[in-house]
Unconditional design. Structure first.
Length: 337
């Protein structure tokens, strides 16, 4: 079970009180020790933290709870990762620090910077919560993106805005609220959460401090240790990228990873899984998110999942969720609320 530094819930008590709720009751319901929330010397369950902010938004009738909570915090929330980032030579180097050492904050989080194809050096900064099965996490995603924006502004200045923000769910409040909050174009029901960043911003020099940077990076390396890269994670990433093309095969996935298909099969067997099982999990989680958190039509969703016919989506949903996609979307587990 993934843990996270309890500072992820910094200001949680205060915000819930202001909204007329009982933070301790909400935290107990989510199985978070109420006295641990916000403390820098405590670890809590990542799944419980995600549940706490979702429950808080529901109980207080505050659909922008995640954005409000993120706006009350700064770079100090992520401890030494923030110090290492602030003392890096450029923003790109700072974001590399995040992608390398975010495990010091929680091994259940992924951040990474990838070039945008044919975009003159622009890059996409992705944020992902690695929980399987994935719970509803709209508020947690908005906290993550809001916190990332606060960190970018701590590094580049309070007026900084990215080119665009991408959210994997439908708008929880007016789309104009998102533009005001993030200060940039906002896109909903996207495959991944994150920001598009300018090439010039990535090259911007920071308040470089080589001595502090080196010491903090050494500290982080000790905290994180040498985490084994699991092939199953890489295959899941490839599947998310290739499924909409309708051309995902084990041979193509192996080619993307520079290995022979038999080698790939053997290594996955060593991790206790198979290529088919991983692809099915990615399809299930993707379908669940789109049905639960967006209004995307079923034909479009079928294409995103790499299905040639909508009937295949229907059969898969019966296998995954014991119901058809429309019923799943409309019942208590699905739909945009």
């Amino acid at each position: 079970m993934h843990a996270i530094q309890a500072t992820c819930l910094l200001e949680f008590h205060e915000l819930v009180y202001e909204l007329g709720g009982d933070p301790r009751a909400i935290l107990r319901q989510a199985e978070v020790p109420p006295d641990d929330a916000g403390r820098p010397d405590r670890l809590i369950s990542l799944a419980s933290a995600v549940g706490a902010v979702e429950f808080a938004a529901e109980v207080t009738s505050t659909p922008d709870f995640g954005r409000r909570l993120a706006a009350r915090r700064g770079i100090e929330t992520i401890g030494p990762v923030g110090i290492a980032a602030q003392t890096a030579p450029t923003l790109q180097a700072a974001l590399t620090i995040f992608s390398t050492f975010i495990g010091a904050h929680s091994p259940g989080l992924l951040v990474r910077l990838t070039p945008v194809a044919d975009a003159d050096g622009r890059a996409f900064f992705e944020f992902r919560i690695l929980l399987d099965p994935a719970p509803r996490q709209r508020q947690a995603v908005e906290i993550g993106l809001g916190a990332a924006l606060q960190i970018l502004r701590a590094i580049l200045g309070n007026s900084y805005t990215p080119l665009s923000v991408h959210l994997p769910h439908s708008a929880l409040t007016s789309p104009a609220d998102y533009v005001r909050h993030f200060g940039c174009a906002t896109y909903f029901a996207q495959p991944t959460a994150g920001f598009t960043l300018r090439a010039a911003d990535l090259r911007r020099p920071l308040r470089r401090d080589d001595h502090t940077h080196h010491q903090t990076v050494q500290q982080l390396a000790t905290l994180v240790g040498r985490q084994e890269h699991r092939l199953s994670h890489a295959i899941s990433d490839v599947a998310r990228t290739l499924l909409p093309t309708g051309a995902l095969t084990i041979g193509l996935a192996a080619q993307h990873l520079g290995m022979h298909p038999r080698t790939l099969q053997r290594r996955l067997a060593g991790e206790g899984t198979t290529f088919a099982a991983l692809v099915d999990n990615v399809r299930r989680d993707t379908a669940q998110r789109y049905l639960r958190d967006t209004n995307i039509d079923l034909g479009h969703l079928s294409r995103i999942l790499g299905y040639s016919e909508q009937s295949v989506l229907t059969r898969s949903c019966r296998r995954w969720f014991n119901t058809n996609p429309t019923t799943y979307r409309n019942n208590g587990d699905g739909g945009v609320g």
